[in-house]
Design a protein around this ligand. Structure first.
Ligand SMILES: *[C@@H]1O[C@H](CO)[C@@H](O)[C@H](O)[C@H]1NC(C)=O
Ligand SMILES: *[C@@H]1O[C@H](CO)[C@@H](O)[C@H](O)[C@H]1NC(C)=O
Length: 279
């Protein structure tokens, strides 16, 4: 009985001292944009770390780039393949006093790149093609994942799951309208001809969990709108313009009359002096 107690005490003591002397990675998190996935953690003192990863329930593999490394991040992009699986990482703090299996370590949260990678703001153009119709042409962002010697776009990866949300509003109006498009080029119809409209676009993946469905919104792009100013004027404006023109006309007439009289008088004066001179 006593021996068991002593053994327990020693066991507890060694566990607690091991915990306090070898710091484990803290605050382990995934950062992923356009399927570039980096594992980050907070580094504790000057121990080195080794990163292992596994498809959930599978065998652990050590990342060749993140073995006994000094740093606080590890790019696992190329290892998390296929993308639509749930992965977990394990960060071991290297210490020569331990066997590899017993190293102090921290598990990462599970991560599915296909479902959880953020999608960056997309580039797009807008072009008025018709009275009341604007074509929004979206460029699918490229990823760091390559196939056939060229980078995959997010559409190469998400395929039919990729849609885009287009949010637009008429300049001078605050009422926004939304539409969803399955393709990267979409016509927005039913707009007021000649009006300027502003558009924003974000990737939209409705098959994902709510929190990760929407990509970042891109900065807005506006059409010029080539409005005919005369058409837009209200009745009050027309009445105003009429009175201003009338006033200008009256001023011109009055000034002309005054000048004419002035001139006439001067001419008369000159004529009298001229006619009187030779006499
Ligand atoms: C995705 O973006 C959100 C908002 O910026 C951020 O909170 C989250 O951590 C990001 N997720 C990943 C996996 O990078
Ligand atoms: C969209 O833009 C790309 C290049 O920016 C161009 O090659 C393509 O023809 C455009 N598509 C449409 C429908 O305008």
């Amino acid at each position: 009985m006593d021996i068991v107690k002593i053994l327990l005490c020693v066991g507890v003591w060694s566990i607690t001292t091991a915990d306090s002397s070898v710091p484990t990675a803290k605050n382990v998190r995934w950062m992923s944009v356009d399927f570039t996935t980096i594992l980050k953690w907070t580094q504790q003192s000057d121990y080195s770390y080794s990163v292992l990863y596994s498809e959930s329930g599978g065998d652990w593999t050590e990342s060749p780039d993140c073995s006994q490394m000094f740093g606080s991040e590890c790019d696992l992009t190329t290892h998390l393949w296929p993308l639509d699986r749930t992965y977990q990482a394990d960060i071991k703090t290297d210490d020569p006093d331990y066997d590899l299996e017993d190293l102090p370590h921290t598990y990462s949260p599970p991560f599915n790149p296909y479902m959880e990678s953020n999608i960056s703001a997309v580039k797009f153009t807008v072009e008025e093609v018709d009275a009341g119709t604007v074509t929004v042409n979206i460029t699918d962002p490229l990823t760091a994942i390559h196939g056939d010697g060229k980078p995959f776009s997010i559409r190469d990866i998400l395929k039919k799951d990729l849609q885009y949300k287009i949010s637009y509003y008429k300049s001078e109006s605050t009422r926004k309208r939304d539409m969803v498009t399955q393709t990267s080029a979409a016509n927005v119809t039913g707009l007021d001809a000649g009006q300027s409209y502003c558009f924003m676009v974000a990737a939209y993946i409705p098959t994902r969990p709510k929190a990760t469905q929407l990509g970042a919104w891109s900065p807005q792009q506006c059409t010029d709108g080539h409005r005919n100013i005369l058409q837009d004027l209200s009745l009050e404006a027309w009445v105003g313009i009429f009175f201003v023109l009338l006033l200008v006309l009256v001023i011109i007439v009055v000034v002309t009359l005054l000048c004419y009289r002035c001139h006439h008088k001067k001419n008369n004066g000159l004529q009298t002096t001229q006619t009187s001179a030779p006499v």
